[in-house]
Design a protein around this ligand. Structure first.
Ligand SMILES: Nc1ncnc2c1ncn2[C@@H]1O[C@H](COP(=O)(O)OP(=O)(O)OP(=O)(O)O)[C@@H](O)[C@H]1O
Ligand SMILES: [Mg+2]
Length: 303
């Protein structure tokens, strides 16, 4: 039988489709995936979701499943704080991956999943630069963020990992703060925002559809144990020095860093003649609380 070029292309396309579907079926069966419920009501609800790649890669310890819930009416933005190495990036990438898998027609690694249709999934993850094209690390970060803010809609899913970290602390915090406000008041996209700017947790008191989450850790004998479990509420410690020690940074550097941190965290104030110490963080927070609300209209209020 002689086949025309067109027929060969059609057969190849059909075999490719079958290959993808057989791949989905095999993975779903072998790894305990579930069929996601898909509607068009703006919900993203995942019970006991797992990261599809990491759960296979972890050998010495089990993957800790986590729940996810976002929708546009009451819980649109999740700000995720928590120590280095706790699992923030894993958690937000997992949400994006599961949404993508569901949109391709695959089952997803979870106990139950409701993944309503989104128009696009936007991500801003990781630090990279493009020196040959004249773009610094921070320029790349802001270009990608600008693209998201200019193009996302209330039907999009947005995943932002530590946006703002590529510049000075105050510039970064101010940008992160106003980016979250814009996503809440103007864009309305379902958003995951992982950050070490613990000050951002203050936004929960101002933006009605924003919720704080953190990744649980236990302190034990001067050690920290990462539980990798997402819980409600904000975190206020990063344990960065602890992680630097785990990574093998010389002891003298660690001790010096601890001393500097103690110095930075405490500001001496003597309002009534008595010397007292106030944490620098609480002074900053107080200033942030005084910031006027954004003059822009909240387009989504009262929906
Ligand atoms: N749910 C989980 N179950 C088991 N291990 C996990 C889980 N989440 C993360 N981990 C482990 O923790 C490591 C660090 O996770 P991740 O990079 O997500 O942390 P992070 O909070 O983003 O840290 P950083 O603030 O330094 O970016 C992962 O490489 C993985 O080994
Ligand atoms: Mg991270």
């Amino acid at each position: 039988m002689l086949l025309s070029l067109r027929q060969i292309q059609q057969i190849a396309a059909a075999v490719a489709q079958l290959d993808v579907l057989a791949g989905f079926a095999e993975v779903a069966r072998l790894r305990g995936y579930v069929c996601p419920e898909v509607r068009d009501e703006g919900m993203l609800q995942i019970d006991e979701g797992r990261h599809p790649v990491l759960e296979q890669a972890l050998i010495s310890k089990p993957f800790v499943p986590n729940d996810t819930q976002l929708e546009s009416v009451a819980q649109q933005i999740a700000v995720i704080t928590g120590p280095n190495m706790a699992g923030k990036s894993t958690y937000i990438r997992q949400a994006a991956l599961l949404a993508l898998l569901a949109h391709t027609g695959s089952f997803v690694p979870a106990k139950h999943a409701r993944v309503d249709l989104v128009d696009r999934i936007f991500t801003r993850i990781g630090a990279s630069d493009d020196l040959s094209r004249g773009q610094s690390t921070f320029m790349v970060e802001m270009t990608e963020t600008a693209n998201i803010l200019n193009n996302a809609t209330d039907r999009s899913l947005v995943v932002l990992d530590e946006v703002g970290r590529g510049t000075s602390t105050f510039d970064g915090l101010s940008l992160a703060w106003s980016i979250v406000e814009h996503l809440h008041n103007q864009v309305g996209a379902k958003t995951f925002f992982a950050t070490h700017y613990h000050e951002l947790t203050e936004l929960a008191g101002r933006l009605p559809r924003l919720r704080n989450f953190n990744v649980a850790v236990r302190e034990w004998n001067e050690q920290i144990v990462f539980l990798h479990k997402i819980v409600e509420g904000g975190a206020d410690k990063s344990y960065g020095i602890h992680v630097a020690r785990l990574a093998g940074v010389p002891k003298s550097v660690i001790e010096r860093a601890k001393a500097i941190l103690r110095n930075l965290e405490e500001t001496e104030l003597s309002p009534d003649g008595e010397a007292r110490y106030v944490s620098r963080q609480s002074v900053e927070r107080e200033k942030l609380r005084q910031i006027e609300p954004t003059p822009q209209l909240d387009l989504f209020a009262g929906q």
